[in-house]
Ligand binder design. Structure first.
Ligand code: ZN
Ligand code: ZN
Ligand code: ZN
Length: 132
């Protein structure tokens, strides 16, 4: 078996992560414009952080949660889950921003949520890489 010296093919990962909030493909460089850079750009978009289904806090799971009661994703109140939310008539409240006393006039699932972005940046800094 002969090694293909001088004929090495560089493969570009042609992944197109979709920004679900907007539904637009995130632009990545075309092949030939650099392979390492392409991956570096894609990486942050793939980063996921765990969100606790109990308190909606980032960076831990319900297993490690210190909250005793559920916190609703929709209205950010304690004691029920979104399926039993009695406040569906009202505007959505971000559970995390509500918790931190920030502007909470958006969905807990909002990708533009400052609490989400903060947690995401912290995760990227912490791990330096992505987590699936
Ligand atoms: Zn929790
Ligand atoms: Zn609720
Ligand atoms: Zn928020």
């Amino acid at each position: 078996m002969q090694t293909a010296m001088g004929n090495a093919q560089i493969r570009v990962t042609r992944q197109r992560p979709i920004d679900r909030a907007k539904g637009n493909p995130v632009p990545i460089p075309e092949p030939g414009s650099g392979t390492v850079q392409a991956d570096a750009i894609v990486a942050p978009a793939r980063t996921r952080i765990s969100r606790c289904y109990k308190c909606q806090g980032y960076g831990h799971t319900a297993h490690y949660c210190r909250e005793k009661t559920d916190i609703c994703t929709y209205c950010a109140r304690q004691g029920h889950r979104v399926g039993d939310c009695p406040n569906k008539e009202k505007r959505e409240t971000c559970a995390n921003c509500h918790h931190f006393g920030q502007e909470d006039d958006h969905s807990t699932n909002d990708r533009e949520c400052p609490a989400y972005k903060f947690a995401l940046e912290k995760e990227i800094r912490h791990t330096g890489y992505t987590k699936n």
